[in-house]
Structure formats: C-alpha cells, structure tokens
Ligand binder design. Structure first.
Ligand code: FE2
Length: 391
C-alpha cells in the first residue's frame, strides 16, 4: 500500500491535474472551482451505461450542481456529435462541461465547450495557420476533463480530432484554451478496461511519446517528458494488460498517457498520418492502428532517427542499445499484449492504399515526421505495413 500512497499529486503542468486513486470524489469541487453551477457531463453510451457515470452525476447533484448527462458520442466522433452536445448544452442552460471518458468523449466535450459561444462553423477552427484566432474566447465554456482510458491524453491536449463526413477526413480543431482548465486523473476509473482496449490505447500513448521524441523540432521540455513517458509504458503496460486490477500499473499508464499529450505539442509524425485516414475511412480503432504501423514507421524513418533511438534504448535499459534494440522491444511488446502484426489484420486492403496515401500526405501530423512524406513514399510505407514487411 505504501507504494500506491505515493502515486498522488496536484500538478500544474501542462494544466491543473489532480492525480490519484479515488480523486473522482473531488469532481463537484472541481466544477465549482471553474465557476460551474450546471455542468453538462459529456460521455459515450458505453460508459453512460456503467455505474461510474451515474455515480459521478449523482455526486454532483448531491453537491447542489445541476448536472445532466449527454452520451450521443461515437468512436471516431463526427460534427453531428458536437452539434447534438451543443443543443443539449443550450437546452439545459448549462455553464460548463465535464468531459468524461476515452478520447472520443473527451474530444467531443472539449469541442462542445469551444463551440458554445461561436457563430462560425466548427471547421473554421481547424488547426491551420492562425485560424484559432477566429475563436471568440469569451464564448468558450470551462471544462473539467476526466479520462477513463490511458492512451489518448486528450485531457492534457489543446485540440479535438473530429471526422468531417463531407470528405471523410479527420480534422484537428484547435485552440490553446481547449486545454481543459482542470483534470481529475483517477486511475481507479481505468480498472474496468478490458485487456485489448488497454493494449490499444496504451500503444497510442506510446506512439505520442515516441513520435514527439522523434520529431525534428527543438523542444527539450517535450523531449524529456517523452523519454520518461516511454519508460513508464515499458515498465507497466504489460502488467496493466495482464492484471487490469493492478492500480499501480493503471496509475503509471494514466500519467504516461497524459505525458504523451504534453510531449506531442512538439509534433507527431507518420504513425498518426497513416492512422488518421484509416480511422476516418475505415473506422478502425486509432490506438490499434498506431500500434500496428509503429515498427514500419520507425524503420522508414531510420536514417533520421538512428541516434535518437540509440539514446532511447539506453534510457529504457535495453540490451545492446541501438536502433535495432528499440525495434526488437516494440515487436516483443506488441506480441506480448496481442497487437496484430500488419494492417491486413485490421481490414485494410491494397485497394484502400490508393485512397489512404494521398490523405496521409496532407494529414496535419505529417509535418512532424523526421523524413519528409510524399505520396510515393507513403504508398510504399502503407504497403510494408499492410504486408508485414519490416526493413
Ligand atoms: Fe494518437
């Protein structure tokens, strides 16, 4: 028990985070701190059916807050989910959002809070040039974020990924103030995640730390965060998958996930550039896709990241620290936690590549990749990931 007692803290980086088992009990207090009297709790239908959500809403009501639940949120969420949330927010006279769940619920909750006081359509706030300056900041509602998976890190991120159904692309809706003002990070909320989901979202967290670490920009703060995030994932993801009730493993994975999102302010890369079109077109799970493409992307990027991978291998205490040691570790980790080897196992076919590769070139994550991405080299990379060809 002594060890678990230490996994507790109040942090202010990159936002206010109340971390520790049982801290969901502070939800009403967190809402009040942000000036909310009538929070709208945004979650997904799967979670809404669990006692966790009813208990959280009831706790808020018992504390005198006018809390209602909105759960019309799908995986790979679309603008219609945000619109429906916005309608619920207005109809209920709400004054703040509790974004409660995995990446989809967190992203929709954050987007609803953004859109409350805007007159422009959501696509006008895509993460391009200085489009975020179009936002009426005074119209944004405050957000308390409560993650229930350890992967997305969206609770510590400044954007929401929403699928635009008009052209089946994932768009990044961005404003610096979309970073939730307060996070309750309670590892007990992640105890019920089944092993397969734990593995997929945990690999998303790894991909955030890893892509941030490999991206070429100068950002030593993110670099340090990413390294330690990866060390925690190496140490605890297998345990979290094998023994889901292990609160220590869940706590370390939850913080590693938050660290991934803090780190990827530095940039992402080809893992996410490949994964976003797969999610938008084929509705494949985001973390699972990242996990599958991870080793292929690293091999593709090898000329630009050899030294970084060697440094990473040293930090992770891998035998014979080198680029190859990192690949061997990732392949063994994937096998241990049951990640498929190639994109074919996720339902991607040769025919899809023609559609997916051009989408990946223009994906917002592509710019952070250490090797410049083109339609031609992405087609090759997709084919390697499809056929399971490494190096
Ligand atoms: Fe991701």
């Amino acid at each position: 028990m002594a060890i678990e007692m230490e996994l507790y803290g109040n942090w202010n980086y990159p936002t206010a985070i109340r971390f520790g088992a049982g801290r969901i009990g502070e939800l009403p207090d967190a809402c009040r701190e942000l000036g909310m009297a009538r929070p709208l709790l945004v979650t997904d239908p799967g979670l809404a059916a669990l006692p966790m959500i009813a208990a959280a809403a009831e706790r808020c009501r018992a504390a005198g807050l006018g809390c209602e639940v909105f759960d019309d949120v799908q995986g790979n969420p679309v603008a219609a989910n945000v619109d429906a949330g916005l309608a619920a927010f207005r109809a209920g006279g709400h004054d703040g959002v509790i974004a409660f769940g995995g990446g989809s619920a967190l992203d929709v909750g954050k987007a609803v809070a953004l859109m409350v006081g805007q007159t422009r359509p959501i696509w006008d706030f895509e993460d391009r040039e200085d489009w975020y300056t179009r936002v009426n900041v005074d119209g944004m509602a405050p957000v308390v974020a409560v993650p229930t998976t350890a992967g997305t890190g969206s609770e510590a991120g400044r954007a929401s990924v929403i699928t635009d159904e008009r052209d089946h692309t994932k768009k990044i809706i961005f404003h610096p103030r979309m970073l939730p003002a307060l996070v309750i990070a309670d590892p007990e909320l992640t105890l019920g995640l089944p092993p397969k989901i734990t593995a997929a979202v945990g690999m998303d967290a790894l991909s955030h730390n890893l892509e941030a670490f490999c991206s070429p920009f100068y950002h030593p703060i993110a670099q340090g965060v990413a390294l330690e995030g990866m060390r925690l994932i190496k140490a605890w993801l297998p345990t979290a998958c094998r023994d889901g009730d292990n609160v220590t493993a869940r706590a370390h994975m939850l913080v590693a996930s938050t660290m991934g999102a803090a780190a990827f302010q530095k940039g992402l890369g080809a893992m996410h550039a490949l994964s976003h079109p797969c999610g938008a077109v084929l509705d494949i799970h985001h973390g699972l896709t990242n996990a599958v493409v991870m080793p292929y992307v690293l091999v593709f990027n090898r000329p630009a990241i050899e030294e970084k991978m060697t440094a990473l291998a040293r930090y992770l205490d891998l035998p014979a620290p080198s680029f190859g040691a990192v690949i061997d570790w990732i392949l063994a980790l994937r096998e241990e936690i049951g990640i498929p080897r190639d994109l074919a196992a996720l339902g991607v076919t040769e025919d899809h590549i023609e559609q997916l590769a051009p989408m990946a070139v223009v994906d917002p994550s592509a710019g952070g990749n250490p090797v410049r991405l083109t339609k031609a080299n992405l087609t090759t990379l997709f084919r390697d990931a499809l056929r399971g060809h490494i190096g």
